[in-house]
Design a protein. Structure first.
Length: 90
């Protein structure tokens, strides 16, 4: 504890470290925050046009990770996907 400060006394803004040289958080890139390249979790196919794939592919979250399934695999495995839904869904 700095000298001259009693317990319960709040810190003065002048005691705060200088952060003017710190990088702007909006400008820094975090590898974990960057979106991963899209690939089908079932067959491994990569979309020719990721913007179009976002409209036609199925997106899911598995174990906290974003996963994509291409439209071909989605159609091929539709019955299996439907079978995993709760009966209250229907």
């Amino acid at each position: 504890m700095p000298e001259g400060r009693d317990r319960g006394e709040t810190a003065d803004i002048r005691d705060a470290p200088d952060t003017t040289d710190a990088p702007d958080p909006a400008e820094t890139t975090d590898a974990a925050a960057a979106p991963a390249a899209m690939a089908c979790a079932t067959c491994g196919a990569a979309p020719a046009d990721p913007a179009l794939a976002r409209l036609t592919w199925a997106r899911g979250i598995e174990n906290g990770q974003e996963v994509w399934t291409c439209d071909t695999c989605s159609r091929r495995h539709l019955r299996s996907i439907e079978g995993k839904l709760d009966s209250s869904w229907w």
